[in-house]
Design a protein around this ligand. Structure first.
Ligand code: 5AD
Ligand code: SF4
Length: 360
């Protein structure tokens, strides 16, 4: 295998078949070669740098009913909340004061005029408090092109919208098949985001029930086809109050899911050398050093959670979400990690995707 594997790793472009071969590797010696290659590419292309985004989970109110998600609209066991502007600004100030460089505002999907305006007001206020210096990423679901443009004009410059799965059959086994959850609309939203001028991020869940290596390879190829600037992808973690929970027994074991997620990150780094790859929080619910391992594997973006602690337990997208990790402690931990000794955590830097810089 190793000769064949070296041939694949040295190709200038990977085919889908190559990607399937790489993500299905099971022997640790083989996987080590993939991780080595990803590390080498990262060092050469973007350097061993980690950029920070302070994450705020603005509201768990959502109009959608994704079958995997703990805050889906039909889950009546959730205390719904929405931060006020002052609370968000306190978090933004924390990010700014601690040199995070960038801020992510994430929310359940809502489309009311009131919601759109509130987000716009918050964006303007964050720009004002940081004298334009704090970069802002939004992750507020599918919206009209006009809303994306409005938020862009208010100061957001990056947007994360995962496609969750590139296979439309799988997409409809994890989402209701109705007007609100159309795969085509997700693709259209990603197109609109690019047209408006955002740095666009997308991604998928890894280890979904019913997902195979070919699906996962298709997901990676779609990221490449969409010429995406940043990726947030992480392991699927079951949540007891969701419809997908019934397939729990079909899931791959958690340790294998972590391994698969790490390998997928490394393969993505080989496939798309200069993009930003975020470390999903879900990795830490599989292992306390999941995010550290993801950085080693090829990710370069860390998103410490700044949501006020009293709200965090209501933003349970999945079971075992690590909700008490303090942002500054997490950074300290990574700073002191022997595994990451040759990495720099960059402060006061937007850490834009190199891919985006080249694209425009
Ligand atoms: N496991 C892992 N990730 C999840 N998300 C939602 N529910 C889960 C889950 N059960 C992810 C989705 C969404 C992002 C905000 O959180 O991919 O895009
Ligand atoms: Fe809402 Fe996002 Fe959860 Fe889907 S994944 S139910 S859109 S918060």
């Amino acid at each position: 295998m190793q000769n064949n594997l070296n041939d694949i790793l040295n190709k200038p472009q990977l085919s889908k078949e190559d990607v399937v071969t790489l993500i299905s590797l099971r022997k640790s010696d083989d996987k080590a070669l993939v991780f080595e290659k990803a590390a080498e590419i990262r060092k050469e292309t973007i350097g061993n740098k980690i950029y920070l985004r302070g994450l705020v989970e603005y509201s768990n109110i959502c109009r959608k009913n994704c079958f995997y998600c703990g805050i889906r609209a039909s889950n009546t066991n959730v205390d719904r909340y929405e931060l006020n502007e002052e609370e968000v600004l306190m978090c933004a100030q924390h990010a700014y004061d601690h040199g995070y460089g960038s801020f992510v505002l994430q929310s359940g999907e809502r489309i009311s005029k009131n919601f759109v305006k509130k987000i716009g007001d918050i964006l303007k206020a964050i720009k004002k408090l940081s004298d334009g210096k704090l970069g802002i990423t939004l992750s507020c679901g599918e919206q009209t092109k006009e809303t994306y443009q409005y938020w862009y004009n208010c100061g957001a410059h990056r947007y994360l919208l995962r496609f969750e799965s590139s296979d439309s059959d799988l997409y409809y086994t994890i989402h209701p098949q109705d007007k609100l959850h159309q795969f085509g609309n997700r693709m259209l939203a990603l197109k609109h985001l690019k047209e408006v001028g955002y740095q666009v991020g997308s991604g998928m869940m890894i280890g979904l029930p019913g997902q195979n290596f070919i699906n996962l390879a298709d997901d990676l190829m779609l990221l490449q086809k969409l010429d995406i600037d940043m990726v947030g992808m992480g392991p699927y973690i079951e949540h007891a109050e969701t419809p997908l929970y019934q397939f729990k027994k079909n899931l791959i074991p958690k340790s294998d899911r972590l391994e698969l997620a790490l390998l997928t990150i490394a393969v993505l780094r080989i496939l798309m050398k200069d993009i930003n790859i975020a470390t999903a929080t879900a990795l830490d619910s599989l292992s306390s050093d999941g995010r550290e391992k993801a950085i080693k594997a090829g990710a370069n973006i860390l998103m410490p959670n700044l949501t006020p602690v009293s709200y965090r337990e209501n933003y349970f997208l999945y079971d075992n979400k690590p909700y008490l990790t303090e942002a500054d402690e997490l950074i300290e931990k990574l700073n002191n990690s022997p595994e990451l000794a040759d990495f720099d955590i960059c402060l006061n830097d937007w850490g834009d995707s190199k891919h985006f810089q080249k694209r425009v």
